[in-house]
Design a protein around this ligand. Structure first.
Ligand SMILES: NC(=O)c1ccc[n+]([C@@H]2O[C@H](COP(=O)([O-])OP(=O)(O)OC[C@H]3O[C@@H](n4cnc5c(N)ncnc54)[C@H](OP(=O)(O)O)[C@@H]3O)[C@@H](O)[C@H]2O)c1
Length: 344
């Protein structure tokens, strides 16, 4: 077992961005690690998950979760190894799912840790397809979207952590799956590798017309992850009794002003009313107790059968996290974005 380290590198929130985050909103610091007290353990971060919700935590606007304080470590889910332990239930060498944040090490009292199989061939999957984003896709699509065989399911950010799982589960339910993604390479991957029926490049012109061609029967389930121009193109294509799980609005996360153009609310409200559409927002942390174990069993089965694929975009080194996160908000990631902080 490696020696107990003395120094921790961590990335803190240096200032709150207005608009898109930039490098100066983060600061890399070094900090001495305290000695462990009874009941504590030291976690070594192996993988750090980078996710869109972190943009919300950088802001102090009211939200469903508290903001990261200025000078505090950026929040984030991690796969960590127990490096040293004064805790009766954790032994050095064990692998856990933790929320250590953007840092090399974290001292924990064991609260909220989930033990993982230390022999897992790809532990980082517990941050993606087998973790929070995969679970979001599973609950949002099956419970809120309620897709039926033969229906058309549309999802944007379709090559990403949530979208890729939404479309693949839609196919497993016997639906037509149509993705929207940023660029030809991502669209090719979504159709050729993930098995969607079609994928539309959100950056090319005439989005609404091309989406209409890909959805000749209209849209029964639109799994909303982006908002903005994509939602404008989707809205007229929604069918009577369509379901819209409202999962995320990444196109708006860096906005400081309302979107330009006419007020869209009357058109949205009229469409929801006249087509009897159900649009439901959800935040995944409310669903773990009821559904997570079932999700893991089902997803592991689909992965083992080769019916579900997962692409990761792995960035090397904690110090690259800010740049990688800034890129995530601009569509630069291709697959679930994960930082490899240390070798397994
Ligand atoms: N409700 C919940 O509990 C919950 C949980 C997890 C995630 N989410 C939400 O689900 C969404 C997807 O998250 P993820 O983790 O799967 O991320 P991801 O898809 O792996 O990465 C983000 C993707 O969003 C797209 N994007 C970025 N900026 C955009 C813009 N201005 N307009 C349109 N698309 C843009 C890009 O894909 P393209 O370049 O391919 O368009 C980018 O690759 C986010 O909105 C996130 O907040 C919600």
């Amino acid at each position: 077992m490696p020696q107990t380290p003395q120094v921790n590198r961590r990335i803190v929130l240096a200032s709150r961005p207005l608009g898109a985050p930039r490098a100066e909103h983060f600061r890399l610091e070094e900090q001495e690690l305290p000695a462990l007290a009874a009941g504590q353990l030291l976690l070594r971060t192996l993988y750090l998950s980078l996710d869109p919700y972190m943009r919300g935590r950088m802001s102090d606007a009211p939200s469903y979760a508290p903001a990261v304080a200025l000078g505090a470590v950026m929040v984030g889910g991690t796969i960590s190894r127990v490096q040293a332990s004064q805790h009766p239930h954790f032994a050095p060498g064990e692998l856990v799912l933790a929320s250590s944040g953007w840092q090399d090490y974290a001292v924990s009292d064991g609260t909220g840790l989930r033990k993982l199989d230390a022999q897992m061939p790809r532990p980082s999957l517990a941050l993606g397809v087998l973790g929070m984003p995969g679970f979001t896709a599973y609950v949002g699509l099956l419970d809120i979207g309620q897709p039926k065989p033969g229906e058309t399911v549309v999802v944007a950010a379709a090559s990403g952590a949530v979208g890729a799982v939404v479309g693949q589960i839609a196919k497993l339910q016997g639906c037509r799956a149509v993705g929207i993604a940023g660029g030809a390479d991502k669209c090719r991957f979504v159709v050729d590798e993930l098995g969607f029926d079609a994928c539309i490049d959100r950056r090319a012109s005439e989005l609404e017309q091309r989406l209409a061609e890909a959805c000749p029967q209209g849209i029964d389930v639109y799994f909303e992850t982006v908002g903005g121009a994509v939602f404008d193109a989707v809205l007229p294509l929604l069918q009577v009794h369509a379901r819209v799980p409202l999962c995320g609005l990444i196109a708006q996360y860096n906005h400081t002003d309302p979107a330009p153009g006419p007020d869209r609310l009357p058109r949205l409200a009229r469409t929801l009313l006249t087509k009897r559409i159900r649009m439901q927002g959800f935040i995944i942390f409310e669903h773990y107790a009821a559904r997570f174990e079932e999700f893991l069993t089902q997803m592991n089965r689909w992965l083992a059968d080769g019916r579900l694929k997962s692409r990761e975009d792995i960035v090397e080194g904690l110090e690259r996290s800010p740049q990688a996160f800034i890129g995530l908000l601009q569509g630069e990631n291709f697959g679930k974005l994960v930082v490899r902080v240390a070798e397994q």
